[in-house]
Design a binder for this molecule. Structure first.
Ligand code: SF4
Ligand code: SF4
Length: 300
């Protein structure tokens, strides 16, 4: 008699489903982590997520949050702000919504009622300008699931794609085991995001006192809280202006971040590529060409 195959656990089934859907990043976190984030995690926050924003408040039956991530391709981000990155951003958001919806239905059919969360969860940029919050943060869900650490640019940095990845979440009643994540602080404090931000929204320059600036540049620095808050209003206002020109989002702070294996994959490890350097002229010409078309931005 043939030995009977061991039934797959719901976690194994889910991972197989994600593979079938070609989702490269998947993480799990029990909802209890919103009450007390594991001390092993790399960031320290001055304020933690208020109760009403936690998954168990939004869907009281939830036991686990499944987080999925899809990359944005670096050579396209390099054209940002542009119609090319604008289209990619919308495509990735739509795919995330679709895949999260499918995964939630899959889990429900397996006997664990589940609901998907929208990728963005806001109606218009003006809403964000007035109140820069969504009802649930995928960034913190990805962080608690151990998919990355939070960088100075206030974005999740992943080992695979640095900040060039977008996330969404699924709330499920399935109790899925997950070990406390082992993830290091990936932010190198290179300050590129701060320096390149066109509106000084990241650790706003006007708030950087000389001594703190030195501290931030020092890789050994140990600020009590990291990352420091960014100026979300300035960032949202820039996004609004770019939207009028049909070339949002901005993307500059995620373009210049040196973290991520995708730099190796796309041959973009030399960060001099983003400075006016003769060796990289051909890239700058390509980006300028893309930027010149498909938006309302006037070019000479
Ligand atoms: S998206 Fe642009 S405006 Fe916003 S923080 Fe990043 S670089 Fe600054
Ligand atoms: S650009 Fe540098 S400072 Fe900014 S998030 Fe990336 S590693 Fe950190």
């Amino acid at each position: 008699m043939k030995p009977r195959k061991k039934a797959r656990s719901i976690k194994e089934e889910l991972l197989l489903k994600c593979r079938e859907l070609e989702v490269p990043l998947v993480g799990f976190t029990p909802v209890e982590r919103w009450e007390k984030p594991p001390e092993e995690l790399p960031n320290t926050f001055k304020e933690w997520i208020p109760k009403e924003f936690r998954p168990q408040s939004i869907y009281p039956e939830a036991k686990t949050v499944v987080v999925i991530g899809l990359p944005v391709q670096l050579p396209i981000v390099e054209t940002a702000p542009s119609i090319y990155y604008h289209n990619l951003y919308n495509t990735v958001n739509a795919l995330l919504d679709e895949k999260a919806y499918e995964i939630s239905n899959f889990l429900t059919e397996k006997g664990y009622p589940s609901i998907y969360l929208p990728r963005d969860g806001y109606g218009d940029i003006d809403v964000l300008i007035e109140r820069p919050l969504a009802f649930f943060s995928h960034k913190y869900a990805a962080y608690l699931a151990g998919l990355g650490s939070i960088g100075l640019n206030n974005v999740i940095l992943t080992p695979e794609y640095g900040p060039r990845v977008r996330f969404t979440s699924i709330f499920t009643t399935a109790p899925i085991e997950s070990e406390v994540p082992k993830i290091n602080d990936l932010c190198t404090r290179c300050m590129r995001c701060t320096v390149e931000c066109p509106v000084n929204a990241i650790y706003p320059q006007n708030l950087i006192k000389n001594d703190l600036k030195n501290e931030l540049s020092d890789p050994k620095m140990d600020l009590k809280y990291f990352p420091p808050p960014m100026d979300k209003l300035k960032c949202a206002l820039r996004s609004k202006n770019l939207r009028k020109e049909l070339r949002a989002p901005c993307g500059i702070c995620i373009k210049v971040c040196p973290v991520g294996e995708d730099r190796k994959v796309f041959g973009r490890e030399d960060m001099k590529i983003y400075s006016k350097n003769e060796d990289f002229k051909v890239y700058h010409e390509a980006w300028e060409h893309v930027k010149r078309y498909g938006t309302r931005k006037k070019h000479e």
